[in-house]
Design a protein around this ligand. Structure first.
Ligand SMILES: [Cu+2]
Length: 111
């Protein structure tokens, strides 16, 4: 067997192992989604996720912002580069806004 063949075999084994691990880890692992706050805008502004997923907001403005969804979650005031993470454990529509600039709004749909 040549060296090239051995390398090919190693790659095939690695792929087989990766496929096996993927099949073995159902349900699919939760996602961690990033939302940036830039120029008074949440981006992306609308998101669809699954129960168990989490979202991290990062404030890239040099002005403080918050992330508030009435009765669901409320961040502290986030200064520049501050982050806020929330894990969505139940399905539903989550409208949220910045309590300092209420015209800043976003929507997350969890199914
Ligand atoms: Cu704000």
């Amino acid at each position: 067997m040549t060296f090239a063949n051995l390398r090919g075999l190693g790659l095939a084994l690695a792929i087989a192992a990766a496929m096996f691990l993927q099949l073995g880890s159902a349900p699919a692992s939760a996602q961690e989604i990033q939302i940036t706050i830039d120029n008074f805008t949440f981006a992306p502004n609308e998101l669809k996720l699954k129960v168990g997923d989490s979202v991290t907001w990062t404030n890239h403005d040099d002005i403080p912002h918050t992330v508030v969804s009435a009765g669901k979650f409320r961040s502290k005031t986030m200064d520049t580069d501050d982050k806020f993470t929330f894990t969505f454990t139940s399905a539903g529509d989550y409208k949220y806004f910045c309590s300092l600039h209420p015209h800043m709004t976003g929507m997350i749909k969890v199914e």
